[in-house]
Design a protein around this ligand. Structure first.
Ligand code: NAI
Ligand code: MG
Length: 497
């Protein structure tokens, strides 16, 4: 594959344009006139300056979202059918601009262009899935048993949008995370203030333009770029009804505290330390290829990254050998190189953190089978890395590394492996490889995780399939019909006939 010059040109044109905040349908500078730089992690050079929103800007955005939510506003008067068609149009616009958006993502985040294309298509798909929902959000009539006037009531429920929603997203799948958040909120009729990650603001801003092109009324989606303090202002704001957050467990806990002020509704999609279990009877080649994909895809910067590889002792050397071969084969290069399997990590901070974990593992006695170093001397490139000789107490085994580093450990029995795999404060995802149907489902049942993949690649996500975590991996589910509950209130209406 080669990437056409026209694709580079379209992305460059957007990169060079001014990057302001979207508030009430207008693109405006931050109130204090501040900006911040977003960096290309492959070159370490500044890509663009972006408006730095602060509490004052958040407040303006919340007021715009509140006005757009007012009774009688164009958004509230839009029929469910029209809202569905609007969501479908957004999906079409994403598809039409797939190349440009993917290239922007590659430049801002570093990820290989081929992976970015998949992200944009996933985003388009989600908008289209959600386009079907506005016409199907229904209440129920309820047969109540009140003795005051038996049989003399009409009681029903109706589902209403929760109101003004604050959405705070991370940098690992910037456009996809924006879409996971926006599409269901809009399907339910909410209005939104979106705070993109400071490392990767560009695709959300381009999406903001496409939302306008699709015909979304002013103020329905507002975008305030900035840092953690901007997110904190949004979570603390007394006129925000709900916050949806994806990011670190550490910040998730701060958000829980901040949300207590007005008891805003909260959904959290947080970190993970996700196991893959390879039983002795698995198709070992299939298991090894998917185990490698589970950790190395997107440079390991996935909340679901399969970072703990548990292999039955009888096939341990075989499987780990194959994963290591795969790691050595993968090409680490700028995301704009069509042959790149891994691009750079997103930032110097993540790069230093990931290499720091590898060093700490080494110091504590882990063996580096393959990888473990920087690639080149410019850009935040890290080799795909396989560690063995790791023990349950090591930080590389306990903590989320969020880079291309997997710890491989042998096990002897199903009971033992389930106990080890569940011995984590997280519970986001898991993988199982075996040819034994009952063992597969038995393992899946015993694992305390929100998603379990059996004999298949990690990262199979679908707009129709709920996604979220047990334990400290979060609260609530995204996607599928279940996500709608996050953005709806239920009202019970009782009438005396
Ligand atoms: P982070 O959790 O600090 O950032 C995520 C988002 O939250 C960003 O938009 C950020 O500006 C915002 N934010 C930061 N502090 C906030 C606050 N007090 N209130 C409201 N919003 C706030 O994640 P960061 O610092 O980028 O990465 C640190 C680690 O977090 C990573 O190494 C990784 O382990 C984990 N992480 C997990 C993600 C996931 O998908 N589960 C995504 C990104 C990071
Ligand atoms: Mg942070």
């Amino acid at each position: 594959m080669t990437i056409a010059q026209a694709v580079h040109d379209r992305a460059d044109a957007f990169v060079r344009s001014p990057h302001k905040l979207l508030i009430g349908g207008r693109w405006i500078e931050a109130a204090a006139g501040e900006t911040f730089a977003t960096v290309d992690p492959a070159t370490e050079k500044v890509l663009a300056e972006v408006g730095r929103g602060r509490a004052e800007d958040v407040d303006r955005a919340v007021r715009a979202a509140r006005a757009a939510f007012a009774d009688g506003s164009p958004w509230r008067r839009m029929t469910p059918s029209a809202r569905g068609r609007l969501l479908w149009r957004i999906g079409d616009l994403l598809e039409e601009h797939v190349d440009e958006l993917a290239m922007l993502e590659t430049l801002d985040n570093g990820k290989p262009y081929t992976i970015a294309l998949g992200d944009v298509r996933g985003a388009a798909d989600l908008f289209r899935y959600m386009a079907g929902w506005p016409t199907k959000i229904e209440g129920a009539t309820v047969p109540i048993s009140s003795l005051a006037m038996p049989g003399e009531y009409l009681a029903y429920t109706q589902r209403e949008p929760v109101g003004v929603v604050g959405q705070i997203i991370p940098w690992n799948y910037p456009l996809l995370m924006a879409s996971w958040k926006l599409a269901p909120a809009l399907a339910c009729g909410c209005t939104v203030v979106l705070k993109p990650a400071e490392q990767t603001p560009l695709t959300a801003l381009r999406l903001g333009q496409l939302l306008q092109e699709a015909g979304l009324p002013d103020g329905v989606v507002n975008i305030v770029t900035g840092f953690g303090d901007t997110g904190a202002a949004l979570t603390a704001h007394a006129d925000v009804d709900k916050v949806a957050f994806t990011g670190s467990t550490e910040v998730g806990k701060k958000i829980v505290e901040a949300a207590a002020g007005n008891l805003k509704r909260l959904t959290l999609e947080l970190g993970g330390k996700s196991p893959i279990v390879v039983h002795a009877d698995a198709d070992l080649e299939n298991a090894a290829v998917h185990a490698a994909g589970a950790i190395f895809y997107n440079q390991g910067q996935s909340c679901t990254a399969g970072s703990l590889l548990y292999v039955h002792r009888s096939v341990f050397d075989d499987v780990v050998g194959r994963v290591a071969e795969e790691a050595a084969r993968l090409k680490v290069a700028p995301g704009t190189d069509p042959g790149a399997d891994l691009g750079p990590l997103v930032s110097h901070e993540q790069f230093a953190k990931v290499l720091g974990y590898v060093d700490s593992g080494r110091a504590q006695g882990a063996e580096v089978v393959v990888g473990g170093h920087r690639v080149g001397d410019r850009g935040f490139f890290v080799e795909p890395t396989v560690l063995t000789n790791t023990t349950p107490g090591m930080s590389v085994v306990r903590e989320e590394i969020f880079g291309p580093v997997v710890c491989a450990m042998p096990f002897d029995s199903l009971e033992e492996i389930v106990a080890s795999a569940n011995d984590t404060r997280f519970g986001l995802a898991a993988g199982v490889f075996t040819r034994d149907l009952s063992k597969a489902h038995r393992t899946a049942r015993l694992l305390r995780a929100g998603t379990v993949w059996i004999n298949t690649t990690y990262h199979v996500f679908d707009a129709a399939m709920p996604f979220g975590g047990y334990k400290e991996s979060g609260w609530g589910r995204e996607m599928g019909s279940q996500v709608l509950d996050n953005y709806l209130e239920t009202k019970s209406v009782v009438t005396a006939l």
